[in-house]
Write a protein that binds this ligand. Structure first.
Ligand code: BGC
Length: 812
């Protein structure tokens, strides 16, 4: 059945264009690239924060809200008796025209009503702690228009968690100052805070409001604020309760006339001894300076041009040209863009992640690096050091850390036994991209304790040792709290709904719970580690680890193979999980992915059988499900995984993150047709074309989970944006399908393609070189026959690195 469409791609402008505001779920974008960030939906809902969505929340958003998507930066226009918003919400006055363009770190929302057009460009200028909202009003009618314009932002009282909890305090703390056209939010500034926020407009105002109830009216809503409906600001000064910021501006527009207004939502930090200009009066110097930098249309346009230029440069690092638009737009634009967003936010702030519960994840951020490292290697480098600093001396680590403090998160603790391996994964990707081995000599502490520093290389070593030192009865890795699948909680045993599956470990003493996923992950990352050691001349260490790899491979072959696929795990009692012997959950995807990537038992046919089993048992129309058959009841010994209804999340949902593992397994095995068909099923541009209504969430990025074949509504997506899928999709397509792999000494060329693939070109900037690489597949799925570099045939498949511009022709 043809599905309704809500928008379309505009590749030329690198935008997704939403043409109907009533998308099946808010479709959002991210503004800001470092420090100051905003989330913005297609109706201008969302919020802003500085660095940390929990501790420095600037504006308020209502999660779990009805009607949907409440809280945002709203412009109200009163034109005679009609009140409307350019983004349709919150008034929901039907518009004559609506369009939202989500672009690279900016969003432009345009609405038209009764001959007036209001277009707002939202973005965070590079290196600035502010969100710009440039509003352009145009009179497209033949009459003079007298408009009343109200802006609106609602302040969050900084800590987004207590903002939602501690009302006995909150309702008395709110403080603001008003100076000309700027409203300052200074709650708690008198005590321990040295930061404030402000909302400014670059024109004189005819009124304002800073107290929510005065503006909206008791028992009214965002949709019908009394001040707006009556066309009269209250000039209210908030004392406690809920402070807001609203400017009131009277605008007259001649027919055809257009006016710009620059609104600025800014954040400032002051030194302790420079907090006040006078008793009770905040020092506004930095705010004034920031405003002065962005108070005209020209300045804002220039800042916007710089932002666009920044994205041009970033995206030009890797560009592909194939005959397939749907592939090109994901590779060249949206997949890379999503990788930046996941790098910035890990799993903290989205419309599914509240920004309160989770900070940065140890395993998550290491994986995110792989999608980002080619964009800004210096930031990736810092991230690796930050992550490693939350490790413990035994190689274990905090599962999460807070971005503001960079400290490990005690609420969740550690004990997830896959975590350490990911540090190798991230670090190796960084070194291959940059050639910067010096990172391995950086002195990095344990648990952020000064004085405990050892080299980063030592951190990698103990990461590997953590696996080796924690083997179970089959000489396979003990799973700990959980491996990558946070919901397979084999040492938990919980009947108490108030316990968290992930932090409750009721018994682990004497456990036999082992993970085949970690076994595969270990082999893959340990092979990288061995190659790294060899590269560094550490032959003895390489040999030591090679022995551990060999032993692990033997253990998997002996105790990890079920006949047609790899087992998933052993439970606490040493019983098989993910075996034909089980009633449900006979096969799981994670171990198929990692053990095929590790090529365990390839010569004995295990890899091919495992990949075939994925097609037979896991694949469906929308991708590969996590396990099959789905669990139909809660299993006390397995934990959270069986708490989900069939087909959702870790219980047989299509957990997009792990599909690429199998796809890479397919690529390594040279099965290009199969790799491609799995890949296209979860590629957003393919889903966009067919399933906008069913899929629900943003069609320009991957979501974490698509309901699986056993679900009530297969194909429905959830948890968009912040998912390791972004980095894995990138890694898969850029390195394994298109086959451009950074390596220590150059770029390895090793595509794996469907036999229908035509010639294509990749332009790749790599360190101080740029390469134009044309691949001629000639109907072959895998295998490079010849590489010609700048007119000279070379031996092997690695283009040796050298500075400058190079032309490469590859024949398969
Ligand atoms: C988490 C990952 C985890 C995955 C599977 C995600 O929500 O961020 O760390 O590996 O779920 O459970």
């Amino acid at each position: 059945m043809e599905q309704k469409r809500y928008g379309h791609f505009d590749d030329l402008h690198r935008e997704y264009v939403i043409t109907d505001p009533q998308t099946p779920w808010p479709w959002i974008n991210y503004l800001g690239n470092e420090d100051f960030f905003s989330l913005i939906s297609n109706t201008a809902g969302g919020y802003s924060f500085y660095k940390d969505a929990k501790f420095r929340r600037i504006t308020r958003y209502r999660y779990n809200n009805v009607p949907m998507d409440n809280g945002g930066r709203y412009f109200y226009l009163k034109d005679g008796d009609t009140v409307w918003n350019p983004g349709w919400k919150p008034c929901k006055t039907p518009l004559d025209f609506y369009e939202c363009r989500h672009g690279m770190s900016y969003t432009r929302i345009t609405g038209r009503k009764n001959g007036v057009e209001a277009s707002v460009l939202f973005f965070v200028p590079l290196k600035k702690w502010a969100e710009v909202q440039k509003l352009t009003l145009t009179n497209q009618s033949n009459e003079v228009k007298h408009l009343k314009l109200f802006s609106f932002e609602e302040w969050c009282l900084w800590n987004a968690a207590t903002d939602m909890e501690n009302f006995q305090r909150n309702f008395s703390t709110g403080e603001v100052e008003i100076e000309d056209s700027t409203i300052y939010h200074k709650t708690e500034y008198r005590e321990r805070r040295n930061h404030y926020a402000f909302y400014h407009v670059n024109t004189p105002i005819q009124g304002f409001d800073t107290d929510r109830e005065s503006f909206i009216g008791l028992y009214n809503e965002f949709a019908d604020p009394q001040a707006v409906m009556e066309g009269k600001p209250r000039n209210s000064h908030a004392h406690g309760w809920s402070p807001i910021a609203s400017h009131y501006i009277e605008v007259t527009l001649q027919p055809g006339e257009s006016k710009d207004f620059v609104f600025l939502l800014g954040y400032v930090e002051n030194e302790q001894d420079q907090k006040f200009a006078a008793p009770q009066v905040i020092n506004k110097e930095k705010a004034h300076a920031l405003i002065a930098e962005l108070n005209t249309t020209e300045k804002v346009d220039k800042a916007f041009a710089e932002l666009c230029d920044y994205w041009d440069k970033l995206l030009n690092i890797y560009q592909v040209k194939t005959a397939n638009d749907k592939l090109d737009r994901m590779v060249n634009i949206w997949n890379q863009y999503q990788c930046m967003v996941t790098f910035n936010f890990s799993r903290s702030a989205s419309f599914f992640e509240s920004g309160i519960g989770r900070g940065m994840g140890f395993r998550d951020s290491n994986q995110d690096l792989v999608g980002f490292v080619h964009q800004i290697p210096s930031r990736a480098r810092q991230r690796i050091i930050d992550i490693a600093s939350t490790q413990f001396p035994d190689g274990g680590c905090y599962h999460q850390y807070q971005p503001l403090t960079k400290r490990g998160n005690n609420d969740i603790g550690g004990g997830f036994n896959d975590d350490p391996c990911w540090l190798i994964f991230g670090t190796v990707a960084y070194i291959k991209e940059t050639g910067d081995f010096s990172i391995l000599d950086e002195m990095v502490p344990f648990d952020n304790q000064p004085g405990s520093e050892v080299t980063l290389f030592e951190h990698l070593k103990i990461s590997m040792d953590h696996v080796i030192n924690n083997l179970g009865p089959h000489m396979l890795p003990l799973i700990g709290r959980a491996d990558w699948n946070d919901c397979l909680n084999l040492n938990c045993f919980s009947w108490d709904p108030n316990e968290s599956f992930q932090t409750t470990e009721n018994v682990s003493e004497g456990t036999k719970a082992e993970s085949l996923m970690i076994a595969g992950l270990f082999v893959v990352t340990a092979k990288d580690y061995v190659a790294l050691c060899q590269k560094m001349g550490k032959a003895a260490e390489a040999e030591r680890m090679q022995k551990a790899i060999d032993a692990m491979i033997e253990a998997v072959k002996k105790h990890g193979w079920d006949g047609e696929w790899y087992l998933r795990a052993y439970d606490f009692y040493g019983r098989k999980i993910g075996s034909n012997e089980c009633d449900e959950g006979k096969i799981f995807i994670e171990s198929q992915g990692w053990c095929t990537m590790a090529e365990i038992g390839a010569d004995d046919g295990m890899v091919a059988k495992s990949l075939d089993s994925c097609k037979k048992y896991l694949e469906c129309e929308h991708g590969m499900v996590l396990n099959n058959p789905a669990f139909t009841k809660y299993i006390y010994e397995y934990g959270e995984i069986s708490s989900y209804p069939e087909g959702y999340k870790e219980n047989a949902g299509i957990f997009c993150h792990n599909n690429p593992w199998v796809i890479i397994g397919e690529c390594i095995a040279g099965r290009g047709n199969d790799a491609w068909s799995h890949y296209a099923k979860i590629l957003p541009s393919y889903v966009e074309e067919k399933y906008q209504t069913l899929h629900k969430v943003e069609p320009y990025v991957n979501c974490q989970m698509v309901a699986g074949k056993d679900a009530f509504r297969p194909g429905e997506g959830k948890n968009s944006w912040l998912t390791g899928t972004a980095a894995w999709m990138w890694y898969t397509v850029s390195e394994f399908i298109l086959g451009i792999k950074p390596d220590y000494d150059g770029i390895r060329i090793d595509p794996c393609l469907p036999e229908t693939a035509g010639d294509y070109t990749v332009s790749r900037k790599f360190r101080e070189a740029d390469y134009d690489i044309t691949i001629h597949p000639n109907g072959s799925q895998k295998g490079v026959k010849q590489i010609v570099l700048d007119g000279q045939a070379i031996d092997g498949t690695v283009i040796p690195y050298s500075k400058g511009h190079h032309v490469v022709e590859v024949t398969m």
